[in-house]
Design a protein around this ligand. Structure first.
Ligand code: 15L
Length: 277
């Protein structure tokens, strides 16, 4: 998988204190000793030997200091659910721009951008989709992820950055409900995708789905597989747990039709028949 780049290259990991950061950091640390962690607040469980650089994504000078001298960036930082327009604008639009621009100025070669299933959340659950079709964001948050994918494409075409966008489903030890049986990814499978983005020689601009080997999945992830992705985990192993959790939640007549679930039903004023095709 490796492209023979310097193994001592500096890799910066934004959003290191968040949920996904906390779950994947220990696995990444084994693969990439010397990983530089960044976030607004220091991870509570910072290990001896781990480096941390505080940075607020809305402050270009702090982002520039965080990525200084980096070869690659894994960009997980930002607002990770739906929010007010101002929250999304600051953290995910301005913040994402600041990150790509600071990376360009620092000569960063590779960026992995944490996109989300909410970039395509309005596709109905009955459709299987790949990555070569129109986006259908389900929230302001989803639109911000489309923006990040667009920035990645721009910086790849215009500046030669190798950019990998991961449309992440839901990361955790187990799928949380029936919808997550289709979109779940284990931390170790996500790290496998990070690794492809950091190392594969053929990456120019890629969009992969961040999903494990889910029999109930909605996404064609063949490009990731072509570049070596071999998910180790399957959501079916956790079906009983997911169904038991689902029973506690109850139906969502709009959200249950669409891949994005409750992100679709929130603030929904359309007629489902118009939204669903
Ligand atoms: C996401 O993009 C969010 O970051 C995460 O918190 C979950 O809501 C996930 O999507 C999901 O769709 O389950």
């Amino acid at each position: 998988m490796t492209d023979g780049e310097d193994k001592n290259r500096k890799i910066v990991f934004t959003g290191a204190s968040g949920g996904i950061g906390t779950m994947t950091r220990p696995l990444l640390a084994k693969l990439y000793p010397g990983l530089v962690l960044s976030d607004r607040v220091k991870p509570r469980d910072l290990q001896p030997g781990e480096t941390f650089v505080a940075a607020d994504l809305t402050k270009p000078e702090e982002v520039a200091a965080a990525v200084h001298g980096a070869h690659s960036v894994i960009h997980l930082g930002g607002h990770s659910v739906e929010g007010t327009w101002d929250q999304i604008l600051q953290a995910n639009i301005i913040g994402c721009y600041n990150l790509f621009e600071a990376a360009r100025q620092a000569g960063v070669k590779r960026v992995i951008f944490a996109s989300s299933n909410h970039a395509i959340g309005f596709y109905p659950r009955k459709r299987r989709i790949g990555t070569n079709l129109t986006v259908r964001p389900d929230s302001r948050y989803g639109v911000s992820k489309v923006f990040g994918e667009g920035l990645g494409s721009l910086y790849s075409d215009k500046h030669g950055m190798a950019v990998t966008c991961l449309r992440i489903g839901n990361v955790g030890p187990t799928p949380l409900d029936v919808r997550r049986l289709s979109i779940w990814i284990s931390p170790r499978d996500l790290v496998q995708l990070f690794r492809i983005g950091l190392e594969h020689p053929d990456i120019r601009y890629e969009i992969f789905y961040g999903a494990s080997d889910n029999a109930a999945g909605w996404w064609d992830n063949s490009r990731a597989q072509q570049l070596g992705y071999r998910p180790a985990d399957k959501s079916e192993d956790h079906r009983a747990h997911a169904e038991a959790e689902q029973a506690k939640i109850g139906p969502d007549p709009v959200g249950d039709l669409f891949q994005g679930g409750s992100f679709c039903s929130a603030e929904f004023t359309n007629d489902v028949k118009r939204a669903e095709p």
